[in-house]
Design a protein around this ligand. Sequence first.
Ligand code: AMP
Length: 213
Amino acid sequence: MNIILFGPPGAGKGTQAQFIVKKHNYFQLSTGNLLREEVKLKTTFGSEIELLISNGKFVSDEIVNKLLKKSITNLKFRDRIIFDGYPRNVEQAKNLDLILDEFDQTIAHIIFLNVSRDVIEKRIMGRMTCDKCNMTLNEFFNKEQIELHPCGKEFLKKRKDDNLDIVVARYDTYMKTTKPVLDFYSKNVNFIEIDGALEINQITNKINEILNV
Ligand code: AMP
């Protein structure tokens, strides 16, 4: 079954997706990660993508949808995808329905992690992501784990778009274009809201209950 993890930037979608991946052998389809990979590999759209991300703006649906389709059509991930950071606007939500339909797949759960802007600011400002394994830690809350990180703490990097101005811009973009996606999904029977300000393991437990494992 496929899952959508939905919520503002810094809601903990990536962190929770990693737990689900490890425990239940899922594939995390993070459009943010796919886009950052394009920047790293300096592909045709790499510099355009980098500029948009570093300004807290959305990358065009055309580019994102192309990257998304590549993963959805990969048979290895069939019915085991966690959508993290997609869809981010109503057009993308409609596009996702179309692609899933075309490849005879469905969404089993739409999980909304609801968090206020105050909490998000604290989380994002301390966020560090491992260049090697993509693990996310927080320099304020996970000091010991950072020291003991298995890949080596030198691989833990701050994202360029994790600074206060950009965080505010990203949150505003979310409120304007991503909130309407909530209306699109919230009437759905498989839509469920979780308080994203809870402790990480409390959220994980709630997600595990939803996944019935
Ligand atoms: P994330 O890693 O999900 O926080 O995404 C980082 C940045 O990548 C966002 O601020 C956007 O600039 C871009 N991005 C990620 N996913 C999408 C998407 N579905 N549509 C448009 N832009 C996206």
